[in-house]
Design a protein around this ligand. Structure first.
Ligand SMILES: Cc1cc2nc3c(=O)[nH]c(=O)nc-3n(C[C@H](O)[C@H](O)[C@H](O)COP(=O)(O)O)c2cc1C
Length: 395
């Protein structure tokens, strides 16, 4: 039989362990941002984007940096001149083998241009956008920080719009969507209405096409995961600790994964997953949540995947679609793995089975898909993603 001194000792040790473990968990929870989701300087640009202190062209830049952008790399630089804003690509903020031709970088810059164009009307400016033409080349053959577009501003009547109001509410929603709530025909018509010349929008509008496109998205995810260079280049932009979020104010964060609340807490408390585990979680999330709960999948298509101005216009189209959907209470989420795989095939000079399968599926659509997405009604609102301050992006 155990004597009472020994029993007391074990009880005390057990209690101490429990206190230490739970104290450690609470400390880790506090330290890793469980209790301050969407708060702090990294998220301020969402709140002070209409700051009174900066009337004038800076207002447009404040809107520009809130745009969608690949992996939240925020690959932009701005120079404000007399009556003009010049937009440059920050080519150092690239995704390596995940975006070898900087196609997604240019789409991201197009997203920023749309936010700036919309903010211009709301701020009493006419904005004429002059995009620098050219071809996209491999990242290593691209000169550093090229000029992308010049926005010339002229005085105009202040004309705020619903899209302007949606700018701070538009967030990529990676959570589950309600399969019982389909996308109305009016929204499909709005998506199909190309806002930019040379842009077509394909929608997987029946059960068969939805299944086929979903299968291609999952299959391209599987192939990307097997490519360790792609997987590694992507994971460089994941910010798995609150310290990193606060320090870098960019990248894809745990909060942005769209996990249900308790899983979000768990993901912040447990140690960051290995590369292999993180890849398999991405695959299962893509299959079960992103594709599995999508009432609508689609793609923005263009005549030439590697034309600069076209990539920028595809981004302008996406940003407008996402703002419009936000205003309508809908959620959207890019799922760009098929286009990323096609780029990688092209970079490695191998035949692209994915490009062929996509062309077959989208047959009546003339253009090639450059940007894939899902749309629907989300079960939960999306959380904010961080943004760098203006001083980091103004030249
Ligand atoms: C060109 C481009 C490609 C993207 N590809 C994906 C993607 O494949 N998967 C994904 O979850 N999000 C994707 N996104 C969404 C971005 O990760 C997101 O816009 C960024 O993290 C900023 O978050 P926010 O949209 O909530 O502001 C993409 C966005 C752009 C502009």
């Amino acid at each position: 039989m155990m004597n009472s001194t020994r029993r007391q000792f074990l009880k005390r040790t057990g209690l101490t362990t429990l206190v230490l473990v739970s104290g450690g968990l609470v400390w880790r929870a506090v330290d890793n941002g469980v209790f301050n989701i969407g708060e702090g300087p990294a998220y301020e640009p969402w709140r002070n984007w209409q700051s009174d202190a900066d009337k004038g062209p800076l207002t447009l830049v404040r809107a520009g940096i809130l745009a969608a952008n690949a992996h939240n790399t925020q690959p932009w630089l701005f120079r404000i001149a007399e009556g003009q804003i010049k937009l440059y690509a920050d080519t150092s903020r690239n995704l390596g083998s995940f975006d070898p031709y900087l196609r997604e970088m240019h789409i991201s810059l197009g997203c920023a241009l749309t936010n700036m164009e919309i903010a211009a009307s709301a701020s009493g400016y006419g904005a004429s956008i002059d995009i620098v033409p050219g071809k996209l080349h491999l990242s290593e053959d691209t000169p550093a920080d090229p000029l992308i577009a010049t926005i010339t501003l002229t005085p105009a009547t202040i004309a705020p719009s619903a899209l302007y109001g949606a700018i701070p509410h538009r967030h990529t929603n990676r959570g589950a969507y309600d399969l019982g709530h389909s996308v109305p025909a009016s929204a499909k018509d709005a998506f199909r209405d190309p806002q930019q010349p040379g842009i077509e929008v394909y929608l997987a509008d029946n059960a068969e096409a939805l299944t086929e496109l979903g299968t291609l998205i999952v299959s391209s995810t599987e192939q990307i995961i097997k490519d360790h260079e792609m997987s590694g280049d992507s994971s460089k932009w994941f910010r798995m600790s609150r310290d990193d979020v606060d320090q870098y104010r960019d990248g894809v964060t745990i909060d942005a994964f769209g996990l249900p609340p308790m899983m979000n807490v768990g993901a912040k408390i447990i140690p960051a997953p290995s590369a292999g585990l993180s890849d398999s979680q991405w695959l299962s999330g893509t299959r079960d949540t992103h594709v599995g709960t999508a009432p609508l999948l689609g793609a923005i298509c263009v005549a030439d995947l590697y034309d600069k101005a076209t990539a920028i216009k595809a981004g302008m189209q996406w940003q407008r679609m996402h703002l419009w959907a936000t205003d309508q209470g809908m959620a959207m989420h890019p799922l760009n793995q098929p286009a990323e795989l096609v780029d990688r095939d092209q970079q490695l000079g191998r035949p692209s089975a994915m490009a062929d399968q996509l062309a077959n599926l989208m047959a009546p659509t003339k253009g090639k898909p450059t940007f894939f997405f899902r749309a629907g009604y989300a079960e939960r609102p999306a959380r904010l993603s961080p943004r760098r301050p203006l001083k980091s992006v103004i030249l």
